[in-house]
Structure formats: structure tokens, C-alpha cells
Design a protein. Structure first.
Length: 485
């Protein structure tokens, strides 16, 4: 709200001219604290004046306001001039300003005319705040400043400046902030010593009606002594990819920057990744994929800047690539034929592709149908697949070599695992052979007894019976013929 009174307080009354302070316009009409306010004061010489006047100075004064405009020039009868003033009100409330015009008539007489103006300054609906209360000395510290728009309309052309030599890149911009929302801007500041510090931030923006507002706030910051406390942990990735998850946790009050994480095997760096800056009491993780050809200990080392110095922390884990091992194996033997069944288990942390099992072709073992070779395919990490192999073996062996081939991380792995023949089944086979030998010996003895019985003994039982019957009939016929004769 603007109130303008028409009081005129001349020092010397102008006799030949009629000079006045005309309208005074204030833009914006409802300014807020921190706004850039333009006040236009109109200076007029009446048409009824008989002479011209020279305006030497125009000023505007009030609480914390003192602006001047010099050498405005001459005003002839019926002419006017507008003098603009740009002011800023730091605090809300009712403000009284006074516009004063100093001049000289043609006669040499000097005069002064005053006119007050009242401006009602509202509290700015856009607020500046900071969630950062405590930081560490001796290094870069993140400062978060939030702009909250409490207006009913969006604000545009937002410019936030923290004008301080301790702040890197002091200006931030944003196109707009919607009504009822907020935007947080991060700054990096350097505080050399502990204690109570403050930063002054200024925001400039435009409202929906095109009015430019300006707000300044002082943000208090408590700076503590630095405490560097960082931990590095490693674990296997839970999604069976075989990767390693590396997590960096900042337990201290310092700000970690320029973070790199290296993976090394046998002292040689095999992988390197960057990690974004880490604030105090936060953690961040990244995943290293399995390294081809590396199976065994991996040392992960994180290097970072904190409190103006370079630090490092390390952790070690084992990278177990996909590895196929035959487990729960059973063998079944019948003579020279052997059947092998069991599980092909992946005991590593990465998938194994193209798994192929086969009986090794040696002087003692030979792959035979139907399963001399068995294709399993893919076996995921910590999973297994069943298999069956068939082989022909020599009597004097007790293990069967099985070739195991698979692909891990692009490399083809070929290895041989020897499968022992079951002792029980070997003994059972031997007992069967012994029993067969005993039976053969018994048959041989029976044949010997039969041979000692003569011609009949060598004949089968059924033909012997027939011969006996023929003899009986022949004898009976012979006796019957003698009786009849």
C-alpha cells in the first residue's frame, strides 16, 4: 500500500514560477522486503508560471534510504520531468519516505519543496534456509541452501548468490520454482578454522506479474574440528552375476571428495572406478563385475580427499569365478560297462556356459553309447544340473577319468576329474565271477563221473530210456517165439 500526501514545505517561495512535486509512483505497488523498488517522482512547472527554474538536486530519504539525483536541468513553464529512484527495503513494515527538490529561479532565489510518500512493505513469501548446521574445518564442506516459494504463483528467473571468498562458484540459477515447492542448491565452502561462521545469501527472482524481488539472508554455520573415519566393505552381489559390491561409509564429520576405488590382483590394478563425493554420516556403493582370468584374492582400495589431505582404506575378498565340480557321483558296473550318474555343480560366483562332460578315451576307458558325452549347457552360480555318462572299462582299473569343459567370462576351461568306481560294486562283481568259476568246476567233476560209466553214461538220459525200452521189447519177443516153437 502507498500513501502520498501533498504537503509542500518551501524554504523560499517562488514568485515568478509555480513549481511542484507531482505524482509519485512506486513499482511494485505491494513490494516485499528485499525487493528492488523503483520510485518515480514527477517535477512540474505550471503553465501559468512566468519564468523557468533550474533543478539542482532531487533526493529521497527514509529509514536506511538516502538517494540523490543531481543537475536535473531547467523546467520552463508547462514542462515536467520524472526522476527515478531505486531502493530496497530490508525489513517489512510501513515505511515513510520524503522526496525533496532543490532549485533556483531566474531571479537567483533558491527554494526547496518536499513531499512524503508512504510504502507498506510486506514480508517476502519466498524464504531462504539451510539444512547445514555443522561442518568440518580444514577442507571443502557442502552447504545446502533451500529456496521455498510460498507465493500463490510460480517464481521465475531465480538467481541465488552466496557472495563469500570461502565459497566456490557462488552463483546458482534456476528457471522457475512452482508455487508451494522448494529447491535446494549445494555450495562448496572452505573454513580454515573451527568456530561460529556465517554466510550471506541473496536471491533475485520475478513474480508472475513481472515484478523483480530480492531477498537476503544470513546463514549461521558451526565449524568443528575434522574427524576422518571411513570404512570400506565388500560383499558378493546377490543377483548371481558374480560381481563384487564395494561400499564406502563416512562415519566422520568431514566431506569426502575426489574418490577413486581400485581393484588389484597380485599387486596389479585390474579395474578402477570413480565414486561421487560423500557427505558425513552417509554411504555409497558401486559394483565391480568379475574380472576375466582372475580367480582368488582381490584387494579393493578407496582413495579420497578429506580435511585437506589424501587418505585411503582397503578391504580384501576372494573372486571365485564359475567352477564346475562333479558331486554326488554314483557308478553302476556290469562287466566292462559302467554307468556314472551325479550332479554337475557350479561352486563359483559366476555363471558357467557351454558345460560339456565326456568319458576320457584312454587305453583303460572308452566312451560308449548312449551317453559317452553329455551336454549340460548353462549352470548358474551356486546351482547344479544332473548328468549320466556311460563307459567301457578294463578289469584292472578303479577310477574313470571324466573331461569337464565350460566357459567362464569368455574363457574356455578344460579340466579332468577322476571318478572312483564303487568298492562294493567291484567286490560284488568279483564274487559273481568266483561263483561262476565254482559252478564251472562242479560241472567238470560231474562230467568226469559220467564218462567213467561207459557208453550209456555218455548218452543223454532220454535216449538211454529209449534204448532200455527197445531191449526189453526185443527180449520179450525172443522168449515168446521160443515158447511157440
Amino acid at each position: 500500500m502507498i500513501i502520498i500526501t501533498a504537503g509542500i514545505l518551501p524554504l523560499v517561495t517562488a514568485q515568478q514560477s509555480d513549481v511542484t512535486i507531482g505524482s509519485i509512483n512506486v513499482t511494485p505497488t505491494n513490494p516485499s522486503s528485499g525487493d528492488a523498488v523503483v520510485i518515480n517522482a514527477e517535477l512540474k512547472n505550471s503553465e501559468t508560471s512566468t519564468g523557468s527554474v533550474k533543478i539542482s538536486q532531487v533526493s529521497i530519504d527514509g529509514p536506511s534510504i538516502d538517494e540523490n539525483a543531481d543537475d536535473i536541468g531547467k523546467l520552463g513553464p508547462g514542462t515536467s520531468v520524472t526522476v527515478p529512484f531505486s531502493v530496497v527495503f530490508d525489513e517489512p513494515g510501513q515505511k515513510k519516505l520524503t522526496v525533496t527538490m532543490y532549485g533556483q529561479e531566474d531571479t537567483g532565489s533558491v527554494f526547496s519543496i518536499q513531499k512524503p510518500v508512504y510504502v507498506s512493505v510486506e514480508r517476502d513469501s519466498t524464504l531462504l534456509s539451510s539444512t547445514t548446521e555443522t561442518v568440518a574445518a580444514g577442507g571443502l564442506a557442502p552447504i545446502n541452501i533451500t529456496v521455498s516459494n510460498g507465493d500463490n504463483e510460480a517464481i521465475t528467473g531465480v538467481q541465488l548468490t552466496v557472495d563469500d571468498v570461502r565459497v566456490e562458484e557462488p552463483q546458482r540459477t534456476r528457471g522457475s520454482i512452482a508455487s508451494g515447492s522448494e529447491q535446494t542448491f549445494q555450495y562448496d565452502a572452505y573454513f580454515e578454522s573451527p568456530g561460529q561462521h556465517s554466510l550471506t545469501s541473496t536471491i533475485i527472482y520475478q513474480t508472475s506479474d513481472g515484478v523483480t524481488h530480492r531477498t537476503t539472508e544470513t546463514i549461521p554455520i558451526t565449524v568443528e574440528r575434522p574427524r576422518v573415519n571411513v570404512d570400506l566393505s565388500v560383499r558378493a552381489n546377490s543377483n548371481q552375476s558374480g560381481g563384487t559390491v564395494v561400499e564406502l561409509t563416512n562415519f566422520g564429520n568431514t566431506y569426502l571428495s575426489d574418490i577413486t576405488v581400485n581393484a588389484a590382483a597380485n599387486g596389479d590394478i585390474v579395474a578402477r572406478k570413480l565414486l561421487s563425493n560423500l557427505q558425513s554420516e552417509t554411504s555409497r556403493s558401486l559394483t565391480f563385475e568379475p574380472e576375466s582370468g582372475v580367480s582368488g584374492p582381490l584387494e579393493f582400495t578407496a582413495r579420497y580427499e578429506a580435511a585437506g589431505k589424501t587418505h585411503s582404506v582397503s578391504a580384501t575378498t576372494n573372486q571365485a569365478l564359475g567352477e564346475i565340480r562333479l558331486t554326488s557321483v554314483e557308478t553302476t558296473q556290469g562287466g566292462k560297462a559302467v554307468t556314472i550318474t551325479g550332479d554337475a555343480a557350479n561352486i563359483g560366483r559366476t555363471n558357467a556356459d557351454g558345460v560339456l562332460l565326456s568319458i576320457a578315451d584312454t587305453s583303460s576307458t572308452t566312451p560308449v553309447s548312449p551317453s559317452g558325452e553329455y551336454f549340460v549347457g548353462e549352470i548358474e552360480a551356486s546351482e547344479f544340473a544332473t548328468f549320466e555318462l556311460t563307459a567301457s572299462v578294463q578289469p584292472d582299473i578303479n577310477t574313470i577319468p571324466v573331461n569337464v569343459g565350460y566357459v567362464v567370462e569368455g574363457d574356455r576351461i578344460q579340466q579332468t576329474q577322476r571318478i572312483p568306481l564303487s568298492v562294493d560294486r567291484i567286490n560284488a562283481s568279483t564274487e559273481a565271477q568266483d561263483a561262476a568259476a565254482v559252478a564251472q568246476q562242479s560241472n567238470d567233476r560231474s562230467d568226469d563221473r559220467t564218462g567213467s560209466a561207459g557208453l550209456l553214461g555218455s548218452l543223454p538220459l532220454l535216449p538211454i530210456g529209449a534204448v532200455v525200452m527197445i531191449l526189453v521189447i526185443a527180449i520179450g519177443t525172443y522168449r515168446w517165439r521160443r515158447v511157440t516153437q
